[in-house]
Design a binder for this molecule. Structure first.
Ligand code: F6R
Length: 248
């Protein structure tokens, strides 16, 4: 596992965007796994900038998002489909036919989850998965639990996750309480993974991820089993966990 420590969000976004840009240049028809949330917004901004400068093109790329809230249709202001459109897709040349996100309002959630995994397989699997991380160590919406699911599935969100996400809604009551998310197997099958984290609130989750131990109570800790992971964290986290680069 490669750990990169950066000084601030700007540097984090640039590191991540450079890595994604490099991969797209090596393989223009890359299949990207993408995340929502505050963390990757800067990365998307950087990639948009690179695209506008003519240095990266996405016309042959495919994108699969990690997750979507249940019960929100794709046009809802807080849906992840809308987030991706507004923060990234509408400003680059990706073909909307090649952008996928689980349908959170599908009538049969089980069928939708199976369809999503089959679609990822049909497209040859994910080449590069971009991840954020929850304060509790969740990746996608794989919340800490006794058992974790391998495939895309429906999940009840943790109290803390609902509270953290309520900042985007008018009230706590409006935050959906469940979501569809890629499972741990879906994520770990990606050929390469890059995880971003900033701010001391994420320090405990990152400590678990670098601990050398794997626990379903910190889903991100499973990334230690993957052969090609880059973790980009800020100095605040590195200092809080007294990161010794050797443990990476
Ligand atoms: C979003 C996702 C989540 C977020 C995590 C961190 O698609 O899958 O796992 O990455 O909740 O969110 P932020 O970046 O808002 O701190």
């Amino acid at each position: 596992m490669r750990v990169v420590v950066v000084e601030n969000d700007k540097e984090m976004s640039r590191e991540a965007a450079n890595l994604i840009q490099e991969r797209i240049k090596e393989k223009p028809n890359s299949v990207l796994g993408l995340a929502t949330g505050s963390t990757p917004i800067g990365t998307y901004k950087e990639l948009i900038r690179y695209h506008e400068q003519g240095s990266v093109f996405f016309s042959k790329a495919t994108a699969f998002n990690l997750d979507e809230y249940c019960g929100l249709d794709g046009d809802h202001a807080q849906s992840y489909a809308r987030f991706m459109k507004e923060n990234f897709f509408q400003s680059i040349d990706i073909d909307s036919e090649n952008t996928f996100i689980p349908k959170g309002n599908a009538e049969d959630k089980q069928v939708e989850c199976e369809r999503y995994d089959a679609l990822i397989r049909e497209r040859g699997g994910i080449d590069l998965q971009l991840l954020g991380i929850g304060e509790n160590g969740h990746i996608g919406f794989n919340e800490p639990n006794d058992l974790l699911s391998a495939g895309t599935h429906r999940v009840e969100l943790d109290q803390g996750t609902i509270e953290a996400n309520s900042r985007f809604f008018d009230s706590y009551e409006e935050v959906p309480k469940s979501a569809l998310t890629m499972g741990m197997g879906t994520i770990l099958k990606a050929k390469e993974i890059v995880l971003l984290a900033s701010g001391v609130k994420k320090a405990e989750a990152i400590r678990g991820l670098l601990s050398g131990k794997i626990s379903t109570k910190n889903p991100a800790s499973f990334l230690q089993l993957h052969p090609r992971v880059t973790i980009i964290i800020d100095r605040e986290i590195a200092d809080a966990i007294q990161l010794n680069q050797d443990i990476a």
